[in-house]
Design a protein around this ligand. Structure first.
Ligand code: FES
Length: 576
């Protein structure tokens, strides 16, 4: 074990542990509990912000990861202090984990700020846990590094592979089309989730793990090393060493996450065919750091980027294949010309060092830029009289023939309304119809659930229909696919024009021209608007009321209006 250079940098924790007085006595005495006297004198105290929870299955193994982070911290002369925070299990939480993302971010922020720590390692994994942690940490701005949970191994069964979520959506369609039954699919429950880790598709968790790596706030390899591969432990251990170095050099999160870093993430998001949820999360993270990032930046920077990763839901393979093919660094290497090569990282070197000497081992999984899986990937931002402030679609996950489509709207006022009608054999719907779901935005649900990829009408599935245009103010799972227009802003509950569309109105989606239009005159819309009634709030107390009263719209990140920005790390008042 090394002893840190005590003159290297001012340590924030010296305010707690440094003085010879009553207050510092309390801080030291209550913490010592077997630690030698020099533990709280001159050594960086590193918080390990751990979102492990048995109710967050994708993060269950983070206690093991924390052990390896601690080893690295001790090796570098720091002192690890692990603490728990709110955790969000995407598949378990009702009515949606997104309702609690900002609550978790608030917990993370106050836990970091109010405790005696000099730097923090964020242990994140399942979808919302990564953005919530980075948002919270950004509003404090200590030296920070992220270690992700890592994806599960590939599910394998009777010669087929199973991708988290993506294959489930297909099974659901097969059952509805009477091709199989849930009884027959029973064994696949155990196969789909075969090992520790996050979804093995390029869903939101894998996307966000790749985003933090591309932004340089996690070590290279973070995005794709499987959870159960021992190289994940090595990465955790190295991250423990690195955070001590960051504290000693006083490199704060805001010095690493620059506009250039976010632009690199947007390019990477496109090349990976990553989750549309990353749009909302990156906007929220930018808001915490004070960087002006807009929805249009995603289209401007990402929509001409080639699709280089052949991973479900936009492709065929899974995260284990992606890791073996070279992972995030291999894709970054292909994007070299499109990236800010000098963007800073936790290593102290530029991001270009992440792909120095990197090779791609499987061209079926990671394509060269000159022969990509699709010429233009990324997120397309649509505007028009249905979405004045924007809506998003992932063309790589959509059907080519539906990217320009005109058809009559079939409107559902809520997810309950949709569920009650969608499988009715008498439902007046054809393959030309445009399914419109409203009341599912940040304020309306509340929480902006992942219901935008609504399953197709049962009777059309039975006829072999595979895709239709769907429009909503909701999000969709990063593991989902289809010609799905999401995040319509303003949402219907905020009085956006989505609230005014009626069944039978002719709607046109034109992705090449970036428009989303309903063929209804301004005068008619004004008439409908005059009689529109704001929906009753779904909750009159607690977090969901606070959330619905203060959440911003999807096009600005769906953060709480009072949480945007930073309060820094200084806490002037003592506790006694
Ligand atoms: Fe946790 Fe997919 S449900 S990562």
């Amino acid at each position: 074990m090394t002893t840190p250079d005590e003159t290297a940098v001012y340590l924030r924790t010296s305010e707690w542990y440094g003085p010879l007085n009553k207050d510092a006595f309390i801080h030291r005495s209550w913490m010592k509990r077997g630690h030698p006297d020099d533990t709280f004198h001159g050594r960086p105290i590193i918080g390990i912000c751990n979102s492990a929870s048995e109710l967050t299955p994708c993060n269950q193994h983070l206690d093991d990861v924390a052990d390896y982070v601690k080893r690295g911290i001790w090796q570098a002369g720091g002192v690890p202090m692990e603490f728990p925070v709110t955790s969000l299990g995407e598949t378990q939480l009702r009515p949606t984990a997104m309702l609690l993302r900002n609550l978790m971010a608030m917990d993370v922020e106050e836990s970091i700020r109010c405790n005696p720590i000099d730097g923090v390692v964020l242990l994140a994994g399942c979808d919302k846990t990564t953005p919530a942690m980075v948002m919270g940490a950004a509003s404090v701005d200590l030296p920070t590094i992220v270690v992700s949970a890592g994806p599960m191994l590939t599910g394998r069964h009777e010669g087929r592979t199973l991708g988290s979520g993506t294959d489930l959506w297909q099974m659901d369609e097969q059952v509805k089309a009477n091709e199989t039954t849930w009884e027959e699919l029973g064994e696949l429950e155990s196969v789909m989730t075969r090992s520790a880790g996050t979804c093995n598709t390029m869903g939101t968790a894998s996307t966000m793990a790749a985003m933090v790596e591309s932004m340089g706030i996690a070590l290279p390899g973070n995005g794709a090393i499987p959870a159960s591969d021992h190289r994940r432990r090595r990465l955790a251990q190295l991250s423990g060493r690195q955070i001590v170095d960051l504290v000693q050099k006083d490199v704060k999160l805001s010095q690493l996450v620059l506009r250039e870093s976010l632009e690199n993430a947007i390019v990477m998001l496109a090349a990976l065919g990553g989750s549309t949820n990353a749009v909302v999360h990156l906007l929220a993270i930018a808001g915490r750091i004070g960087i002006e990032l807009t929805l249009d930046d995603f289209d401007r920077l990402g929509s001409n980027v080639p699709l280089l990763a052949n991973i479900k839901p936009a492709g065929e393979f899974l995260m284990e294949d992606f890791f073996e093919a070279g992972g995030v660094p291999a894709v970054l290497a292909e994007l070299d010309d499109l990236l800010h090569r000098d963007a800073p990282t936790v290593t102290g070197g530029p991001i270009s060092e992440y792909w120095r000497d990197n090779k791609t081992w499987n061209r079926a999984v990671i394509a060269p830029t000159k022969s990509p899986f699709a010429a233009n990937a990324g997120i397309a931002v649509l505007r028009g009289n249905l979405a004045p402030n924007g809506a998003v679609i992932k063309p790589a996950a959509a059907s080519e023939h539906l990217l320009v489509h005109t058809g009559p709207a079939l409107v559902f006022d809520s997810i309950e309304d949709y569920k009650a009608q969608i499988d009715d054999p008498e439902l007046d719907v054809t393959v030309e119809s445009v399914l419109v779901l409203r009341g599912c935005g940040p304020r309306g649900y509340p929480g902006m659930p992942e219901v935008g990829n609504m399953a197709l009408p049962g009777k059309l599935l039975q006829q072999g229909v595979k895709d239709m245009v769907r429009i909503s103010d909701a999000r969709m799972s990063g593991t989902a696919y289809g010609t799905v227009v999401l995040h319509v802003a303003p949402e219907s509950a905020a009085g956006g024009p989505l609230a005014l569309v009626k069944t039978g109105d002719i709607v046109t989606l034109d992705v090449p021209n970036r428009t989303l239009h309903m063929d209804v005159t301004k005068e008619e819309l004004a008439l409908r608007s005059a009689t529109w009634k704001k929906p009753q709030p779904r909750s009159e107390r607690g977090w969901s009321k606070l959330y619905a009263d203060h959440v911003t719209q999807a096009d600005t990140g769906a953060d709480m209006d009072f949480l945007v920005g930073s309060s820094g790390s200084h806490v002037p008042r003592e506790s006694h």
